[in-house]
Design a protein around this ligand. Structure first.
Ligand SMILES: NC(=O)C1=CN([C@@H]2O[C@H](COP(=O)(O)OP(=O)(O)OC[C@H]3O[C@@H](n4cnc5c(N)ncnc54)[C@H](OP(=O)(O)O)[C@@H]3O)[C@@H](O)[C@H]2O)C=CC1
Ligand SMILES: CC(=O)N[C@@H](CCC(=O)OP(=O)(O)O)C(=O)O
Length: 346
């Protein structure tokens, strides 16, 4: 069978470069072209020496990359993907966006949280939300796939079985997430500058992070009701990984063993979600550089409060790995192809 020709727009950024690394290892992908405006003509190995003597590709113009590709991934700042999606759509190419431009169903939410307007509203009717474990059937035939945000991935996968059981107060969800700094991209900022970040740990955008409507949208679809969350992200002084801790108040008495059995059943056929045995806690140590999402269940018995912990690698399950999982589904390859990494233990 012919390999899929894949192109990456925005390959000079962290998420784009991680996608390049993963696509290179996929047995059925030919990395057809990579793009950057700032580094046009330079080799990716000059920017990321880990690719030296392995990936010998230069950065090219967007149109040249699109022309060579069957599937085009975009990994750009928000608001830049619609013109690319339009070109790909006209040429019959599959478009997978790692940014947020195709994640939200309602333009009003996009305007409110991203302060941007849709330039091509008709394209959004063709777009699907690319969280494979929950929306696999939509992804199989989609021409435009909006890869989920990193925090929303870690949160939706932890909560999905619970949202379907109708046993919690959906208006009282409290979520704390902690992310490594690759989540904020390669640009320098005061908050990611080494002396500022090192030996520090703090929340940011408290109750006001732009992932809030995306998380509520997915959880609402799962339970069929309006969902309201209080979401607070934190910045960890490490490179990669996200841990989310989620507090859900039960409406009735809950037995954690029964809930655990429901979780195991829900994810029984999902290769990338690991429901940890009761008594274990999801931990960044054990899934870095892989596409796994680890979920652990805990019970605050005194308050009848369910506490969930999830852990993902923001660069893999939170970005490039999930994008490849979507590509595999869309092109009919086994979902795990190119993504069967075993996590390191130390
Ligand atoms: N980092 C993460 O953990 C995750 C990131 N994402 C999403 O992936 C996308 C990229 O993020 P990330 O890699 O972290 O960011 P980076 O800042 O590391 O990279 C941004 C990329 O966009 C390109 N770019 C920037 N401005 C423009 C412009 N005006 N026109 C064209 N290209 C531009 C840059 O290329 P150049 O300047 O070389 O042209 C670079 O390749 C974002 O939408 C982000 O939300 C999604 C999930 C997780
Ligand atoms: C640590 C950090 O800064 N994280 C980023 C989100 C990560 C991400 O890339 O999310 P998107 O795909 O929606 O851009 C932030 O809080 O803006």
């Amino acid at each position: 069978m012919k390999k899929i020709r894949a192109g990456v727009i925005g390959a000079s950024g962290y998420a784009g470069a991680e996608l390049v690394r993963l696509l290179w290892m996929h047995p059925e992908v030919e990395l057809a072209g990579i793009n950057s405006k700032s580094y046009l003509g330079q080799k990716i190995a000059d920017l990321y020496p880990s690719f030296y003597q392995i990936i010998d590709l230069p950065f090219e113009e967007e149109d040249s990359v699109i022309a060579k590709s069957d599937v085009v991934f975009a990994s750009l700042p928000h608001g830049l993907s619609e013109p690319l999606a339009k070109k790909c759509d006209a040429l019959g190419k599959v478009f997978i966006d790692l940014g947020a431009d195709f994640r939200l169903d309602n333009e009003a939410d996009y305007q409110e949280w991203y302060h941007l307007q849709y330039q091509e509203p008709q394209l959004h009717k063709k777009a699907v939300y690319g969280l494979p474990e929950l929306f696999r059937e939509d992804i199989k035939t989609a021409s435009i796939i909006g890869n989920p945000g990193c925090y929303p991935t870690s949160i939706a996968l932890a909560l999905a079985p619970l949202m379907k059981l109708d046993i919690i107060h959906e208006q009282h969800l409290i979520i704390d997430s902690k992310s490594g700094t690759t989540g904020s991209g390669k640009g320098l900022s005061d908050s990611t500058h080494f002396p500022r970040l090192n030996e520090s740990f703090a929340p940011y955008k408290i109750g006001a992070h732009r992932h809030t409507p995306e998380i509520e949208q997915t959880l609402g679809k799962l339970c069929g009701k309006d969902v309201s969350i209080s979401f607070t992200p934190h910045l960890l002084p490490i490179n990669r990984g996200i841990v989310s801790t989620i507090y859900a108040d039960a409406t009735d008495e809950i037995h954690v063993e029964e809930l655990y059995a429901q979780y195991v059943k829900f994810y029984a056929n999902e290769p990338f979600v690991r429901v940890l045995p009761l008594g274990k806690t999801a931990d960044l140590k054990y899934m870095k550089y892989t596409n796994y999402c680890d979920v652990s269940l805990h019970m605050d018995e005194r308050n009848q409060r369910i506490i969930l912990v999830s852990a993902i690698d923001n660069m893999v399950k939170g970005a490039g790995g999930q994008a490849i999982q979507n590509m595999n589904i869309r092109f009919g390859y086994p979902e795990t192809m190119g993504l069967s990494m075993v996590p390191a233990s130390f």
